[in-house]
Design a protein around this ligand. Structure first.
Ligand SMILES: NC(=O)CC[C@H](N)C(=O)O
Length: 307
């Protein structure tokens, strides 16, 4: 199978639709991004990457960071993490607060904002938010084999300034005594993890461990155990796109995680990781062109986690 040909063909077929969807504007720094950006990168076991378009340009990975934070938090705390966050799809938007009151401050899953704030709380543990974020950045740099991976300070500031909803979620959970650290410490880390800037190429490479049972096939670095890796992938499939997760599984058939920066990370176990970026989103906050690109790649490769 000529993977470069598949990526090039997918890109060429969709290029005329660059700019479709609506750029997230509730975080001011994201509203300024060029909606015409479009990148695709696919990484395989042997360390090869197949790229097209703006695959080398860094963008704000936003909620895709929740996957890496979950891996690190599970590593620190093991299954105790599941006392504070569930594993069910919410069927609600990523920033919804409605279930939190009925379910006594325990978010449905680690990929909605409330659940991610809990996993970030566990990553911070009893350390400073700087140390926790440094650990996350170091992991991503190592896995992407690129020291250019960084947190964009302007996006982080913008997130914090526009962070009323996330503060509401965090203080609400604190009212049920569900957080281990002070709300503002946890949020300082959360806003910065969302502001991580990676290119599609760096992202696909950094996530390879998820496609290969927790071990990076290139560096041989064991990031997480096989069992844990499979569970993270299960959560990506069932909860990775919020109230759009069923549709994504149906149309694409890969494990995936979206971010409101317009990136989607897809994991095809034992085959590859694919990162796409196009800032225009659908109503659930998933990149419209990015999801279409993944669907085409699934069709052209014949890959599916259900195959
Ligand atoms: N879906 C997302 O990417 C949401 C992340 C965003 N930083 C937020 O907290 O709202």
């Amino acid at each position: 199978m000529n993977l470069q040909h598949i990526i090039d063909e997918t890109f060429a077929e969709l290029e005329p639709r660059r700019g479709c969807g609506a750029v997230a504007d509730y975080i001011p720094a994201l509203a300024n991004v060029d909606p015409g950006k479009f990148g695709v990168a696919l990484a395989t076991k042997d360390g090869a990457t197949y790229c097209a378009g703006d695959a080398g340009e860094a963008f704000s990975i936003q909620s895709i960071s929740k996957v890496f934070v979950l891996a690190l938090a599970l590593d620190r705390h093991g299954p105790r993490l599941w006392d504070r966050v569930g594993r069910e799809p919410s069927g609600d938007p990523f920033n919804s607060i409605v279930q939190l009151e009925r379910e006594k401050g325990i978010p449905r899953n680690p990929f909605i904002n409330a659940g991610a704030i809990v996993t970030t709380d566990h990553l911070v543990d009893d350390r400073s938010h700087d140390v926790a974020i440094d650990e996350l950045v170091a992991l991503l740099r190592k896995m992407a084999r690129d020291d250019a991976v960084h947190v964009d300070p302007e996006v982080a500031r913008s997130e914090s300034k526009a962070g009323a909803r996330n503060r509401s979620l965090a203080y609400f959970m604190e009212s049920f005594d569900r957080l281990r650290n002070p709300v503002e410490t946890v949020l300082a880390a959360y806003f910065r993890q969302c502001a991580l800037a990676l290119s599609c190429k760096q992202l696909a490479e950094a996530a390879l461990f998820l496609a290969f049972d927790g071990t990076d096939p290139v560096t041989r670095e064991v990031v997480t155990s096989t069992a844990r890796c499979r569970r993270i992938n299960a959560l990506m499939l069932t909860c990775g796109h919020y109230d759009n997760s069923g549709e994504f599984a149906f149309e694409v058939g890969f494990c995936g995680k979206s971010g409101v920066g317009g990136g989607i990370l897809a994991v095809v176990p034992n085959k590859a990781t694919i990162a796409v970026w196009s800032p225009g989103l659908n109503e659930a906050g998933t990149s419209e062109l990015g999801a279409l690109a993944l669907r085409k790649i699934a069709e052209k490769t014949g890959w599916s986690i259900f195959g």
